[in-house]
Design a protein around this ligand. Structure first.
Ligand code: NAD
Length: 485
């Protein structure tokens, strides 16, 4: 196969012009599968961000003045270009984010394209309340308007996916955009902007690269930005939320999670084990909704653990470009160290049933790991691990399971496993998480809203609700001297 990451030059795209970031800070981009440097680029200055926001502001009125159909016509051409270049983009992502090629080809990249097409269609038929005589003598109608300039700040675990989920709905609803990818994974977003560059008017889509603490922080606080849509850690989410409060303005925060998977006594254990093994390790476990926090009835715990252990034992881990690879590397040396630290600090009563160590090879690999016997206050339960590590706790009744599941700061996703549909509905309703499933996990797509509660953030991405986030509703009252009905 051909990997061509060197062909993407990581530069800013501002007002229709490509240029390097103007600081002297050189950032190295790694291939996590090998630990080798793919390329380098310069971080952006405050001045670069000022220029990008200014370009977006200048372009905003003309872009907003187009009809939804006119914008969609341009963006459908970009979707066609995305389709034509999907394999190249996928290979870039495999090289830069360490995604197993078979999962990237079979699942993630087809869904990225489908998401773009869905957002473009859905943005043309957004609902509002009917016009009507809500006040005597006044007909009130409603306009759904763009917000202006959207800043999109993305993480490294789904670089192109999350760029598309932010940039496309924002553009389709008439906003202009400044996107800042994670400094670890800048390649696919840069390539996507290259594809867009010949199609969109200058200033409609701008790209700045750089460190989060400098470039990202300056962008998030910029007075010329009308909405920040952010996916990333809870810690950075707090910074973005504080910046939004200072002005004040809206933000969308898609933050971390530590998804509970409640397995009741009557569950189909083989099915549950297979899903936990697959969805716990999905994307190397670097998935905010991964099925990583198992809560199992103590009567069936040993049976379930035996099944999961056997499945993890068969996981093929290795080079993400190998077709057979099921589990690739984690994103970086520092992230590997963090996971290793969390596992090493486990309490003495915890039992490592399989895995538990870094793999001795170039790149950043951690073994598929199952740790049982944990208690609610343990760091491995309360923190997001974000690696191929599945934890297990036991309970003695469904209400205890519910209490344990809800007793974390996060509220992103979770699942319940039982053959009793009434009990399943009761428990899924009582989980304080934004996306919950019964007898499945991580069943996601662009057609419906995703998003967390509590410290997992606020605002939605996906579905009609996710597109509406990029708009504001204006009520226009028309007085008439002639009575109307
Ligand atoms: P991160 O918060 O470190 O970085 C995310 C982005 O924010 C990067 O572009 C980074 O450069 C930028 N950034 C960092 N500090 C900043 C600051 N002070 N101001 C502005 N921007 C700043 O997160 P990460 O480690 O890249 O991503 C992993 C996290 O993302 C995990 O916690 C994961 O759960 C979360 N995530 C959530 C969802 C969701 O939908 N809820 C989806 C994917 C990932």
């Amino acid at each position: 196969m051909s990997l061509t990451p060197g062909l993407v030059e990581v530069r800013n795209y501002i007002g229709g012009i490509w240029s390097p970031g103007s600081t002297d800070d050189v950032i190295e981009v790694f291939n996590p599968g090998t630990g080798e440097v793919i390329t380098t680029f310069q971080s952006s200055s405050a001045g670069d961000v000022d220029c990008a926001v200014a370009a977006a502001r200048v372009a905003a009125p003309a872009w907003a003045a187009l009809t939804p159909g006119q914008r969609a016509a341009i963006l459908y051409t970009l979707a066609d270009s995305l389709a034509a270049n999907l394999d190249e983009l996928r290979d870039l992502e495999v090289a830069n984010a360490g995604k197993p090629i078979s999962a990237a080809r079979g699942e993630e990249f087809p869904l990225i394209l489908d998401s773009m097409r869905y957002f473009l269609g859905a943005a043309r038929s957004l609902p509002t309340q009917c016009a009507g005589n809500y006040v005597p003598g006044v007909t009130t109608m409603f306009r759904r308007e763009p917000l202006g300039v959207v800043a999109a700040i993305t993480p490294w675990n789904y670089p192109l996916w999350l760029a598309i989920w932010k940039v496309v709905p924002a553009l389709a609803t008439g906003n202009t955009v400044v996107v800042k990818p994670a400094e670890t994974t800048p390649l696919t977003t840069t390539r996507f902007v290259e594809l867009a560059a010949g199609l969109l008017p200058p200033g409609v889509l701008n790209l700045v690269h750089g460190y989060g603490a400098t470039t990202g922080n300056y962008l998030a606080n910029h007075a010329g930005v009308d909405l920040v849509t952010f996916t990333g850690s809870v810690a950075t989410g707090r910074v973005i939320a504080a910046a939004a409060t200072a002005r004040p303005r809206r933000s969308i925060l898609e933050l971390g999670g530590n998804a509970p998977v409640i397995v009741l006594r009557d569950a189909d254990l083989a099915d549950a084990a297979a899903t936990i093994a697959t969805m716990g390790l999905y994307n190397g476990g670097q998935e905010c909704m991964a099925a990583t926090r198992v809560l199992v009835d103590e009567e069936i715990a040993e049976e379930l653990l035996g099944l999961i252990t056997a499945l993890l034992d068969k996981v093929v881990q290795g080079d993400p470009t190998d077709e057979d690879t099921m589990l690739g590397p984690v994103i970086s040396a520092s992230h590997l160290k963090r996971i290793e630290g969390l596992v090493a600090r486990r309490p003495p009563y915890a039992r490592v049933l399989i895995g538990g160590r870094r793999v001795d090879r170039p790149g950043y690999y951690f073994e598929p790991t199952l740790i049982a016997g944990l208690e609610q206050h343990d760091e491995l339960i309360q923190e997001e691990i974000f690696g191929p590590v599945i934890t297990v706790q036991t309970f003695t009744g469904a209400d205890e399971a519910l209490a344990l599941a809800n007793d974390v700061p996060f509220g992103l996703s979770g699942s319940v496993w039982t053959e009793n549909i009434d009990e399943g509905l009761r428990l899924t309703s009582a989980l304080h998480f934004g996306n919950v499933w019964l007898n499945t996990h991580l069943a996601v797509g662009p057609d419906f809203p995703l998003g967390g509660f509590n410290e997992s953030g606020y605002g939605k991405e996906g579905g009609i609700a996710g597109i509406e986030e990029f708009t504001r509703v204006k009520a226009v009252g028309l007085r008439s001297r002639t009575p109307t009905v």
